[in-house]
Structures are given as structure tokens and as C-alpha cells.
Design a protein. Sequence first.
Length: 275
Amino acid sequence: MTAFKVRGPAVGGPSFEAWVTDQSFATILAVGLTVSVLLVVIAVGVLTMGRLRFRAGLGGAGGDLVSLFDYATADRADDATADKAMARFSSTRITLRDSDGSTIDVWGWDRGEVTVARHDAVQNRWAQWHTDLNLLIEFPAIHDVAHEEFAVRILDTSETATKTRERWENDRADHSRLRAFEAAVDAFDRALFDGEHQAKLLGRGPSLDPVLKRVMDDAAHLVEVLRRPDTTDDDRDRTMRVLFKALKPIVGERAVEIPELDPFLMKQITTTKTK
């Protein structure tokens, strides 16, 4: 029978327990250093991606690594190549305004989609000035294209934004069309914002065009009658008919979108179909 004996450290050297402790410490140290290096590499990568995202105009969480690589490559190339790469990126987060002063943040990975969202928001805000009776009656100067330059500017920039959007939608790969669409939406938004401010300053006061003021004063009285709870159905119907005729020359075909006039319009449609 053979016996095995574990040899201890040499006389005067460290004990077996100390040797084991030293080995554990070395292992922990090696693992700690490895983890530290990995964390530094990850941190540098995150910072680099963040810098590229900022320069590319990207916003929000997550990322399109392929597009980000394209931007990093294009950043070292000529401007034309960079423009093509930029066409694939989102704009930074933007704030959309409503006619009542409220705002909403919008962002996305595609610049075209973000611009479409901005355009839709401005169009919706402009539509409210045609269908909200309170806005329409209290601040009618925004529709006075015969006398107010800011009202004409809103119509012109609205038409331009619609046309540039159609051109871009016909060829979404053309980045110059996207930039034209973005510029047109910016101009439309600024014109509407300025028009809203100017119209609210004028209100329905004496500085308003006299004819328009008289029409809106009458319309305000009709709306008051329409909203009174003691107004009979027949009076309500007659009031809506007169109000519709007064407002249509000002807001055009959008008069049919005014919610308060919907019962009258539905009755008109039903009567027409039965004839």
C-alpha cells in the first residue's frame, strides 16, 4: 500500500494557507482588472455613439447602428455623401404647438416622417381656425386676406408646404426635395404662429375691417342663441342656417366641418337625398 503525502512549503517559506490565499487574491485581481477594462471599452463606445448621434441629429433611445455607421463614414467623405447618409436619420425631438397653446413632443428615426408629422400638426392647427367657433368669431382677422398681409402669408406658405410635400412624396430618395419640404413646413409654421399672434391682438375690436367686424358681431349673437338651453329646435335650426350662410364666405367649404352646425348639415343632406 502506497501512501501519498502533500509536501508543505519549504522551511522558512509561507504556509500552505498563505499560499492558497495569495492565489485567490491574484485570481480576484485578474478578474477585477478584466471587468474594469471591459467597462472602460463599453463607456468609450457609448460616448462615441452618443457623439455621433448628436452630430447626426438623432434623438430618443436606441439606435440604428447601420445608419450610424453610414453617418460616421460619410462624415469623413464629401458633403454630397454626407447628405445622402443624413437622409436616413431622424430629426432631433421637436415640439409641436396647438392653437390653444398646448404642445406635444414628437421624434422618430426618419427625417421625412418627422417632417410629415410636423406638417400634419400645423395643418390641423390651421384647420381649427376654420372650425372652432370661438376662434373664428373672436379672432377673424386671420382670414381677412383682403386687408391683412399676415393672412395672405399663411395661405401662401400653406400652399407651398403642400406642394413641396407632394414633390417629395413622388421621390423620397431625393434629399434636396426633403430639405425643401422641411423649409416649407418651417415657413408655414412661422407664418401661422405670427398670424395667430396678430389676429389675437386685433380681436374683434374697432381696428378690424368694418364689414368683417359686422359679420362677426352678428355671428357672435347667433352663436349665443344657438348655445342657449331654452332655444327651441325650430329656432336652433333657423339659427344654424343663418350662421352657416354668414361663415361660409369667410372659411369656404370648411364651414361644413364646424361641429355645432353638423345637425343642420345632416338635415340638409337627408332632405336632398329624399327629393
